[in-house]
Design a protein. Structure first.
Lengths: 405, 250
């Protein structure tokens, strides 16, 4: 009789004795898969959202306005910084006061600010999807400022003023009509509490007017308030920072403020792997224990098989194949359990506000190849766990084995 | 060492030996002392006849059967199966000989309790599955258990289990059948059925060696070998055994 068929028949016949092993390995596998799935999600999220986020890849350069001996953040400086190796983009910021003349809600002074793609504000209300980049003559207000709710202004057109400097003691006002196309979360105060985002050209025009310059002259002489250099990876941030500082510009990075971040991210990865190792060890130990016990219980069976002419390696193959079949059943059951566990975990996590965006899938299992690999690994681990006790049993002389019944 | 039914059988045996033991000795060590189990045992089993191996408990009958069945290697001496010396053969070669040339029947049946009678018989088959199942079914029919193929050992009587074991022993059509106290756990009716099957097999050309301390079984044998304390007992060739019962084959 074919040894695999006999192994299958044995597993079916001995299913009650094997159920403990199958359940143990299935639960271990399910926990493993779930942990891997969720850890992969966490690792992916921490890598993409934190480790390799724009913020963690950014170098912020402030305008040395109080250092007239240094070059300002002009268009030329911006272009030079863009040529630093590993700089993916350079995003500028300019801010200028923007009195809102006909604001019925009462907030009359906001600060017109350019939008940096890397630090775009969280929009809470808008006239259209994808507000950014803003079109000419469009502004986004904070949803509230100084206790005044500006939400009702979305969709309205208002007049903003820019006080133009002519000569010391003399000036006039330049007015523009702008449309409020959205509001953003007022807790977003990276650009200050009263920032009103507007398109680059408008902000530059207003800033230039306030300085008594043309926009081109303004950008050539005064330049931007701040530049944000985004490196192509977080690993290149220190190099970019050094290059900027060698150009005599004051620069800082988020990485300098969050020195522990790389370690924490690594810890997340290592924890997932340690968990996987522990569970693998558990499955292996279970397989060795159960197979050893089964082999001892079935010593006479081994003796009978050898007496009727089964070779030692055939008996070994039979016992290992039985465990591999049990392992396959456990792997299958483990995947089914893991689907349930991860679906339940995902449902629970989606109820947690801050976590919800990072659990978009209904069943956050690892990718299919990883699931298949883990299932194969389960079969291999259980089979391997069976080898030693099975070899011991298979090597017994048939006479001794039958005596041990 | 042997008593024989007739001169013709003796001469056939001498000329046509299926299994032969030559000066076989085995021992084991217990608390530092060597205990001899078999000492210089010679024995021959011929085809076409039922040979009985008798002796008291502890006389070494079962050990000798295991040596003859290539389950245990002797300390010294040699075993020849169909004229081939088995000394020094690898475990795999011995396993192949056991599978194809020897059938075993044990006192406690030694069936696999988790499998049906059909699977128990077919699992020893050395060929393809379908052929094995067909052969197993035919053998179970032959031993009167055609309607019990799907029954597990626990669902069969002792006599039925022993007949399943006999069917398993015959599944590869081995020329030699070794039985260790095959009637030890059977009632008189089952014993008679089994002995009748042994006789049929011998008539078909199989060599049957039965270890027993059951006088009825010994009486049914064509040849009887005696063991006493692991040594061949003195043969009493012409005593009451010759022509004592039934089946004269001359």
């Amino acid at each position: 009789m074919n040894v695999f068929r006999l192994a299958l028949l044995n597993v079916l016949a001995l299913r009650r004795r094997l159920v403990g092993l199958v359940v143990l390995v299935a639960v271990a596998g399910a926990v493993c898969l779930s942990a891997l799935g969720i850890a992969a999600r966490a690792e992916g999220s921490t890598t993409s959202q934190v480790g390799e986020s724009v913020g963690n890849r950014s170098v912020t350069v402030d305008s040395p306005q109080d250092r007239p001996d240094l070059a300002q953040l002009t268009r030329g400086a911006e272009a030079r910084m863009a040529r630093i190796p590993h700089v993916r983009s350079v995003q500028h910021r300019l801010q200028v006061s923007m009195p809102v003349r006909d604001n019925p809600e009462g907030a009359d002074l906001l600060y017109a600010t350019t939008v940096r793609a890397a630090l775009a504000p969280p929009v809470v209300r808008a006239v259209r999807k994808n507000l950014f980049p803003l079109r000419k003559g469009e502004v986004v207000f904070p949803a509230s400022t100084h206790g005044v709710d500006l939400g009702a202004m979305v969709g309205r057109t208002v007049t903003v003023d820019a006080h133009r400097f002519v000569r010391p003691g003399v000036g006039d006002t330049v007015s523009d009509r702008v449309r409020v196309v959205g509001t953003y979360d007022p807790s977003w105060q990276i650009e200050g509490p009263d920032a009103a985002y507007a398109d680059d050209a408008s902000v530059v025009r207003w800033a230039a007017a306030a300085a008594g310059k043309s926009p081109a002259e303004y950008l050539r002489t005064s330049g931007w308030d701040q530049l944000t250099l985004v490196a192509d990876s977080s690993a290149h941030v220190p190099g970019v920072l050094g290059a900027v500082q060698r150009m005599d510009y004051p620069a800082v990075t988020l990485q300098q403020q969050l020195r522990a971040l790389p370690g924490v991210l690594e810890l997340v990865k290592v924890t997932g792997r340690v968990l996987l190792g522990v569970l693998g060890l558990l499955a292996f130990t279970g397989a060795v224990t159960v197979t050893g016990a089964l082999a001892r219980q079935r010593a006479q069976e081994v003796g009978i098989l050898k007496a009727v002419g089964y070779r030692s390696r055939t008996v070994l193959g039979l016992l290992v194949a039985e465990m591999a079949v049990a392992g396959a059943a456990a792997a299958l059951l483990g995947v089914v359990l893991a689907v349930g566990v991860t679906a339940a975990a995902a449902a629970g996590l989606r109820g947690v506000g801050d976590v919800a965006p990072y659990v978009p899938d209904a069943v956050p299992l690892p990718p299919l190849p990883a699931v298949a690999l883990l299932a194969l690994l389960t079969v291999a681990v259980v089979g391997a766990g069976a080898v030693l006790p099975a070899r011991r049993a298979a090597r017994m002389s048939p006479t001794d084995a039958m005596k041990d019944w | 060492m042997a008593g024989h039914r007739g001169e013709r059988k003796v001469s056939e045996t001498a000329l046509n030996t299926l299994l032969a033991a030559h000066a076989v000795s085995t021992s084991y060590t217990l608390r530092g002392r060597r205990v001899d189990v078999l000492t210089d045992v010679d024995l021959a089993v011929a085809p076409d006849c039922v040979t009985a191996l008798v002796g008291h408990s502890g006389s070494g009958k079962s050990t000798l059967l295991h040596v003859l069945g290539l389950l245990t290697a002797p300390d010294s001496g040699r075993v020849e199966l169909e004229g081939r010396d088995t000394t020094g053969l690898s475990d795999d070669a011995l396993a192949d000989l056991r599978r194809r040339r020897i059938g075993f029947v044990f006192q406690s049946f030694n069936l696999l309790p988790q499998h049906t009678a059909l699977t128990n018989v077919a699992l020893a088959y050395a060929g393809r599955r379908r052929a094995g199942e067909a052969r197993a079914r035919a053998l179970l029919e032959r031993v009167g258990l055609g309607d019990r193929c799907e029954h597990r050992p626990g669902e069969l009587s002792g006599g039925e289990q022993q007949r399943v074991a006999l069917a398993r022993a015959l599944v590869n059509e081995p020329p030699l059948l070794l039985a260790d106290e095959p009637t030890g756990n059977l009632d008189a009716g089952s014993e008679a059925v089994l002995l009748e099957l042994f006789r049929e097999l011998a008539d078909e050309g199989h060599g049957v060696l039965v270890v027993t301390h059951d006088q009825a079984v010994a009486d049914a044998a064509d040849v009887v070998h005696r063991l006493d304390g692991g040594r061949p007992a003195v043969a009493d060739r012409g005593r009451s055994r010759a022509g004592s019962r039934g089946r004269g084959r001359s």
